[in-house]
Design a protein around this ligand. Structure first.
Ligand SMILES: Nc1ncnc2c1ncn2[C@@H]1O[C@H](COP(=O)(O)OP(=O)(O)OP(=O)(O)O)[C@@H](O)[C@H]1O
Length: 307
């Protein structure tokens, strides 16, 4: 049975549509990612599920409870880590943890086992004010505070935004361990498409809508075009030249190269010739498998065309 259900959620702020009919379900013990750029509606969705905001239409349940009618009980069963830093900056590490335990009528001692692995990274800073911790340490403390009342479901809104790559990896490893050891269900949002790999399933969101839901591999398998990476010496004008090539159907910058799809009748040979005609004869073209980011870009393009 789904431990989180979301049916037709809609939310507007004045004339801005933040959620435009969102549906999905999360299985118990799943790590489920909501992946999309700034403004996609992730925070609005998380605030509704965390019972902090009312939707205009639609419904949602967590652990079988309605997020509006049963909001008090929902709050007891969830841990919520909002996007922006949620801790008390002037309280120390241990004061923050004690405070969050006490508001749930719990104590740090009673649930310590669940946070012990994460707290061990923070122990030597326990008398330091939260405001003086590094980004990665703040993130770990916020996770401990969200967990200290032993919730069944964790809502983590962009927990890794602004955190260095090493801390990001550490964080995802911690989530995996929590799921394995305690069967906790995690709904997590991120703008970083590469973090899809840590999730069992993902929904790709944009403009308040889910464009696609599947496992990360399933999403990649649905990419229907052939994808190529293109590099050249004259990278500064490669984008303009690619746009001028008749066989190119899409191109976007990806790290130190461009990712390009071609008309179904064209191949590397045609593109090589078209680029050579623009003075890009030395361009290096390689067929590559799609990443989740490629899938996202392609879905966005399709949605733009449809609208
Ligand atoms: N209180 C508000 N008043 C007006 N517009 C809002 C409000 N909160 C969010 N929005 C708008 O609703 C849309 C969705 O915002 P939301 O914060 O849910 O997205 P997000 O994916 O979490 O992005 P971000 O990472 O930037 O917070 C955006 O266009 C945003 O500008």
């Amino acid at each position: 049975m789904d431990i989180i259900t979301v049916n037709g959620l809609r939310k507007k702020y004045g004339r801005v549509t933040a959620l435009d009919g969102v549906d999905f379900g999360v299985n118990e013990g799943e790590i489920y990612g909501i992946i999309g750029p700034d403004g996609a509606g992730k925070t609005t969705l998380f605030r509704i599920l965390a019972t902090l905001l009312l939707a205009d239409a639609g419904s949602a349940t967590v652990d079988g409870l309605d997020v509006v009618a049963d909001y008090r009980e929902v709050r007891r069963r969830i841990g919520y880590m909002p996007g922006r830093f949620s801790l008390y900056q002037d309280l120390t590490v241990e004061e923050n943890l004690n405070f969050f335990a006490s508001i749930f009528g719990s104590s740090v001692e009673s649930n310590y086992a669940m946070v012990a692995g994460i707290y061990s990274h923070l122990e030597r800073f326990r008398t330091r004010r939260a405001g003086k911790l590094s980004g990665g340490m703040k993130q770990k403390l916020a996770l401990c505070c969200a967990l200290i009342h032993a919730p069944r479901v964790l809502f983590l809104d962009e927990p890794t935004t602004g955190v260095d790559p090493v801390s990001r990896k550490e964080f995802w490893t911690m989530l995996e361990k929590l799921r394995r050891d305690y069967g906790i269900t995690v709904l997590v949002s991120t703008p970083y498409m590469d973090e899809a790999a840590w999730c069992d399933r993902i929904s790709l969101v944009q403009g308040g809508r889910i464009m696609q839901t599947d496992t990360p591999d399933g999403i990649r398998a649905r990419f229907s075009s052939r994808l190529f990476s293109v590099r050249s010496v004259a990278m500064h004008r490669l984008m303009t030249d690619l746009k001028a090539c008749p066989s190119v159907t899409s191109s976007f910058a990806f790290g130190d190269c461009y990712h390009v799809t071609l008309d179904e009748r064209a191949g590397i040979g045609e593109l090589q010739c078209e680029l050579a005609a623009c003075g890009q004869g030395d361009a290096v073209i390689e067929r590559i498998p799609p990443t989740v980011e490629d899938c996202f870009m392609s879905l966005m393009q399709r949605h733009d065309v449809a609208e």
